[in-house]
Design a protein around this ligand. Structure first.
Ligand code: DUC
Ligand code: ZN
Ligand code: ZN
Length: 473
């Protein structure tokens, strides 16, 4: 089956050119002027942009945590992603105590049975780093897993120590794998949490106050320094503030193989949001900082001091005692109300898999902070390059998978939980005005979103085996 998209402007990380795009089956087979349309479904994209499908390298779908589960599963999360222009994502297969990496991976593959609509991969999160587990790391490459995630926070649950971090970075680097770090000092944070609880300071804003930006700055520099000693590439996930990004800038100015990601919510919100009556909405880790940090992150994206925008999509209902309607089902999942009297019990995480590209387009490209090409680089191309999927994913080029978004720069929407598709009961960006939205979305040549129409089918998404030895940007 052929599709010809005519007269649009193809936007890649480096160029914007008016060209037709010819798709045959799953691939882009030609780009150019006046391509022949015989036998093809022809779509006129005049006045619109043709972008590579977005890649979100940081998501947590149906993640069991804090007495509940993140409320988007591998079907609803994919549906929401697609409506926002994202056609691939990488989730985290988490190895828990006494499990092998292979067992963890099998558990995550099993969760997806019959559900995926967009393409997906996994990072492996190591939380029980025994010697046997560290020896198992290279085997992951045959499974298509080339990235390892470590958390330096969540003491007693997920946190690993410096011995493990260093050994894992060495092992990963020796096999061309990338180590990703959740950088917060979990030891200091746990003391601050204990002190806050003992003093009866239990409200949502205390979540922020017990996780200071210094905890992030310290852990960022520590991770980068160990990576330097291990001669390993390192990627710091969800960076929130000037003090940690400055550590990354220092490392990069010294030629270290260090890269960083931020998420859209860290560009907009600050600790005052946690003081609101619905403050639990905004509880995620690392937490929101200040308006000055928001501005610093925007600048960092523009100046390539950060390389990727992911989402850390990990939604929870604000009031999980009430059902919502999702497609043809009534859904009720315990959420943030679990911590209504104690911030330490509020499930950490916010939605964003659908919001990422529309929000970044309207407030980044729309305000002239980043160009369209930089937008593509941050949301599509750099993720594909850093995570071993380029040029199959992350660009519009002959031979690439036909993951394509027809982006209409004139479409407008006021964001609301009622006109977005993430399976939860609120949207962080409620009321914000967007100009420029995805109109048609293709995954490997199949149109899965057409305006408001959902054409995706559970099961059509494919597992992405990723390559080791990927680029350091
Ligand atoms: N932070 C969150 O807010 N949720 C999931 C995991 C994480 O690190
Ligand atoms: Zn994290
Ligand atoms: Zn995360």
């Amino acid at each position: 089956m052929k599709t010809l998209i005519k007269n649009g402007t193809v936007v890649t990380a480096s160029d914007s050119i008016i060209a037709d795009v010819l798709i045959d089956d799953e691939k882009v087979i030609a780009l150019g002027a006046n391509l022949p349309g015989e036998g093809a479904n022809v779509i006129d994209a005049r006045g619109k942009f043709i972008l590579p499908g977005g890649i979100d390298v940081h998501t947590h779908l149906e993640l069991v945590m804090m007495g509940t589960v993140s409320s988007d599963d591998f079907y609803s999360g994919h549906r929401a992603a697609a409506f926002g222009g994202t056609t691939s994502h990488i989730d985290f297969a988490c190895q828990y105590k006494d499990e092998s990496l292979k067992q963890a991976l099998d558990n995550w593959h099993a969760k997806l049975q019959g559900k995926p609509v967009i393409d997906y991969g996994f990072h492996i999160t190591i939380t029980d780093p025994t010697d046997a587990v560290i020896d198992e790391i290279p085997n992951m490459i045959d499974e298509g897993i080339t990235t390892i995630k470590l958390l330096l926070a969540y003491k007693g649950r997920l946190q690993v120590d410096d011995t493990a971090m260093f050994k894992i970075m060495q092992k990963a680097a020796a096999h061309g794998m990338l180590t990703m770090i959740h950088a917060e000092n979990g030891d200091a944070i746990q003391i601050l949490i204990d002190q806050s609880v003992a003093a009866n300071r239990l409200s949502p804003v205390d979540h922020v106050l017990t996780r200071p930006h210094w905890a992030e700055a310290e852990a960022t520099l520590r991770a980068i320094s160990l990576a330097a000693m291990a001669d390993a590439p390192v990627y710091i996930v969800h960076m929130t503030c000037q003090s940690s990004v400055e550590q990354l800038m220092y490392a990069r100015s010294r030629g270290l193989k260090a890269m960083g990601e931020t998420c859209p919510h860290y560009l907009f919100f600050n600790l005052d949001h946690l003081r609101r009556p619905d403050g639990a909405k905004w509880v995620c880790s690392p937490p929101f900082r200040t308006e000055s940090d928001n501005e610093f992150l925007w600048k960092s994206l523009a100046q390539n001091n950060l390389q990727v925008v992911g989402t850390d999509h990990c939604p929870f209902f604000l009031d999980g005692t009430k059902e919502i309607q999702y497609e043809d089902k009534r859904i009720k999942i315990a959420g943030k109300e679990l911590g209504k009297d104690n911030f330490t019990l509020i499930p950490n995480g916010v939605p964003g898999i659908e919001d990422r590209m529309p929000i970044l387009w309207s407030f980044g490209v729309g305000r002239g902070i980043i160009s369209m090409n930089r937008f593509v680089e941050l949301c599509c191309t750099n993720p594909a390059k850093i995570f071993g999927m380029y040029p199959r994913k992350g660009t519009v080029a002959v031979g690439s998978d036909a993951d394509v978004v027809i982006w209409n720069p004139n479409l407008k929407k006021t964001v609301s939980v009622t006109n977005t598709h993430q399976r939860t009961d609120y949207n962080l960006y409620e009321g914000m005005e967007l100009i420029g939205l995805p109109e048609k979305v293709f995954v490997r040549g199949n149109m899965i979103v057409d305006g408001e129409k959902w054409l995706g089918k559970a099961g059509q998404g494919k597992f992405l085996k990723r390559a080791a030895g990927a680029a350091v940007i």
